[in-house]
Write a protein that binds this ligand. Structure first.
Ligand code: NAD
Length: 499
């Protein structure tokens, strides 16, 4: 009998009451490992009430003490790293070292949030006019929410709640219903770190819970990460109820390989960035763009044996390159894209569809696939596949490669591999994509910079983590003060100006 998961509201595990559940699988074996409750509107409301009651006292805790909770949380993450990574790997499918990376990149945002006393400092102008001082301060919004995807069940929840909570907000997290255990474990650790009950609530659910969050008038801001159609929907519905909303969507990340690049390095980079986590990353490279026929032939020649030699293993493996995909439905979708690519006329150079994992025959596995001679009009080029499938689109020259990346509707990440500084500099300046790598295939910014794409990869105007997250989870109040020594006699009827 599969375990029944809970919500985490007011500092306690709470059973679901809606009567609706979803199955949670272990992708490496294909078994149903747990059932997760899907919250009703009433359950979201209960979480919001708890958060609303707890938030003012938390906002009144001084920033240094709030920072100490984050410091302790970071210690606890390190203490429990193996346990968290094991559960994460089992539910998501990614292998253990990659699961640890997922936790680590979230932990680093919690570390960034330990700087909150400094990050919240306002501005001050003494003597802006006669006896007049002006200052601004950042205050928390109140209750805020995060809705997160399946592919980084530790990192993205932490990207959301760590800065929000450090700023003095209370948080409602609605994680992916496909791998909800680690977010619940993170909430337990925050409580152990000294966070008051009610400041971090985890409510599991699907569209019903999301809609309840978007319509709830007591929730002031929503951060979303997931696919582009849902990001667009969340952005519109959340904004319609007057919330601050930032939504991050899908991707189709290109890697331009110039003729002067070290092709062995470029091939290795493509393999890691294309097939790590079975391609289920928003920063995965899914399109390789070699420049010139000679470069293309030499690159494809290097890619084929590397893809055929990928070490695929169970999620619990310590040394496999990749594990299974998240669900059977997603596996079927990715294989469907491979069939579409063949029909569209792309050359399938490596076909991993028939891969079976010995001893794990019911797991959601496939091997790496490589398409060559993919063109702009093909669905496999236009759409996000989110699996271990790399497409090679051959470009005649640098301008064509640059144009290709720029014309694509997604604009999350992009990379260029070259030894030529001028070309790299031109690329960085011109490309209309949010995160750019120069000889770096996955340019995920560090915690103290901000993360976000352009074009259809993001909706809203502030990014995730780094300084933008502090702006997103606070509002500015500006105070103009004058003391009697500066007051002139008589009423002033014109708009005040400083002379
Ligand atoms: P998804 O859009 O299916 O789900 C994301 C969240 O939305 C989940 O919490 C889910 O429960 C909820 N949701 C799903 N359908 C909904 C609906 N109809 N109405 C309201 N809410 C709904 O995404 P996913 O499959 O979990 O994650 C993969 C996607 O996320 C990929 O497109 C990937 O590129 C993207 N992603 C983007 C970033 C980024 O920062 N840009 C980072 C990671 C993942």
């Amino acid at each position: 009998m599969a375990a029944e998961l809970t919500h985490f509201i007011g500092g306690k595990h709470v059973k679901g009451t809606s009567g609706r559940f979803a199955d949670v699988f272990w992708p490496m074996t294909g078994e149903v490992a747990a059932r997760v409750p899907l919250a009703s509107k009433a359950e979201i409301r209960a979480a919001v009430e708890n958060a609303r009651a707890a938030q003012p006292a938390w906002a009144a805790v001084n920033p240094q003490r709030r920072a100490r909770v984050m410091t302790k949380f970071v210690d606890l993450l390190n203490r429990d790293m193996d346990k968290l990574a094991d559960r994460l790997a089992r539910e998501h499918g990614k292998v253990i070292p990659d699961a640890k990376g997922d936790i680590q990149r979230g932990l680093e945002v919690a570390e960034f949030a330990t700087g909150i006393p400094h990050l919240l400092k306002g501005e001050y102008t003494e003597g802006a006019g006669p006896g007049i001082d002006v200052y601004s301060m950042r205050q928390p919004l109140g209750v805020v929410a995060g809705i997160t995807p399946f592919n980084f069940p530790a990192m993205i929840p932490m990207w959301k709640f760590a800065p929000a909570i450090a700023c003095g907000n209370a948080f409602i997290l609605k994680p992916s219903e496909r791998d909800p255990s680690v977010p619940l474990m993170l909430a337990e650790l925050m409580l152990e770190a000294g966070l008051p009950p009610g400041i971090l609530n985890v409510v599991n659910g699907d569209k019903e819970a999301v809609d309840a969050i978007l319509d709830d008038e007591d929730i002031q801001a929503v951060g979303f990460v997931g696919s582009t159609p849902i990001a667009a929907y969340v952005y519109a519905r959340g904004a319609a109820s007057g919330k601050r909303v930032a939504c991050f969507g899908g991707a189709k990340n290109h890697m331009i390989v110039m003729p002067d690049a070290d092709l062995d390095q470029a091939a290795d980079a493509l393999i890691g960035a294309g097939y790590g986590s079975a391609g289920e990353r928003c920063m995965a490279v899914s399109v390789a763009v070699p420049v010139g026929q000679k470069t293309a032939d030499a690159l494809v020649e290097r890619l084929i044996p590397r893809i055929e030699g990928l070490k695929i293993g169970p999620s619990t493996s310590l040394d496999a390159d990749m594990g299974p995909l998240v669900t059977r439905a997603h596996l079927d979708k990715v294989k469907g894209y491979v069939a579409t690519g063949v029909k569209e006329g792309a050359k399938l150079k490596v076909d991993g569809r028939d891969f079976r994992m010995q001893g794990y025959e019911q797991g959601f596995y496939m091997g790496g696939c490589l398409f060559d001679e993919v063109t702009r009009d093909m669905r496999i080029y236009k759409e996000e596949i989110f699996g271990p499938v790399l497409s090679v689109v051959r470009a005649r020259d640098y301008d064509e490669g640059l144009r290709l990346a720029m014309d694509h509707e997604y604009g999350n990440g992009v990379a260029i591999f070259t030894r030529d500084g001028d070309t790299a500099r031109d690329f960085v300046a011109k490309v209309n994509i949010g995160m750019v790598g120069v000889n770096v295939p996955i340019p995920v910014p560090l915690a103290y910079y901000t993360f976000g794409g352009w074009k259809k990869s993001a909706f809203g105007d502030l990014n995730q983590h780094g300084p933008d997250s502090i702006r997103f989870y606070t509002r500015t109040k500006t105070v103009t003060s004058r003391w009697p020594s500066g007051v002139k006699e008589g009423a002033e009827f014109s708009i005040p100006v400083m002379k």
